[in-house]
Design a protein around this ligand. Sequence first.
Ligand code: ADP
Length: 315
Amino acid sequence: MNLNSITNIIPVIILIGILLYMIIRFARKEVFLRKVLEEVQLELSRRKSELLVMADKLAQSNDQLRILDSAKSEFISIASHQLRTPLTAIKGFISLLLEESYGKIPEKQIPVLNKLYIANERLITLVEDLLNISRIESGKMEFKFGKWDLEKICKEVVDIFEMRAKDHNLYLNYIAPRKPLPEVTIDGNKVREVISNVLDNAIKYTLDGKGGVTLKLEQFGGNARITVSDTGIGIPETELPYLFAKFSRGKDISRLNTGGTGLGLYVGKNIIESNGGEIWVESAGQNKGSKFTIEIPLEQTKENLEKWKNHNNLK
Ligand code: ADP
């Protein structure tokens, strides 16, 4: 081998050396990467089994919560039923006493009996609200849908509250629709309860002698619209979004109404929506009055009518 051929081979050897070096580096890297990958896979499967255990625990807790929740609803329902019967009896007996069915009662006792009657009524409303909540939450609220005249309902409610408004030195106006409205398909008794509660609140949250309340019924597009406006203590903007939530009570109302529960509007919203309608509130702020609006479709959707057919008096 001469010098010339040796110098020719050197670059080839160097090239082979570089190639070998690169192959070894690559192989090492590959081994390293495989190791990392294996570790990542191991960690992933460890995390996966941890997640599975957690998901299992979560499902168990969920089941327990569901059982507890239905036990709570059942407890409220039973307790409320047990409370309602004696309260109704108390109401009946106070009425009989006031009517003097058991003989003449001294003049001094009349206001006391009246106070007893009002306190008992408050308890009946509370029990009724609790019962309604447990019905709503267990999906067992029962409705009897039929054809109802909203004008008749509104007038009845206004008549019931006329005396109370007068007692508080407040006006109570009723504005009837310009044209008679067609009958609507609703559970009239339940909707009447909601309108009563809204009107009751309007009187409750208006200071004695400071204006009054107006109930207006009108047609608004395809809906019957009932608005109850008052000149009362109003609602701060911050409280408006929470008003229809369970147990929601305004901050500034305790001086006017210590006996409220914050359940009426929650139950009311549920009832109105179950009747295919909507309820909302507007207020310009504190001491600027409030306006509650209830809208009920003049014609219910086909889906609702179909759904309601199963548990009502509709043809
Ligand atoms: P309750 O009257 O028993 O507290 P509701 O659910 O009927 O319960 O009302 C919830 C809250 O909404 C009330 O506590 C009060 O803060 C507010 N509210 C309802 N109606 C009026 C109204 N007409 N004017 C001012 N605040 C009102």
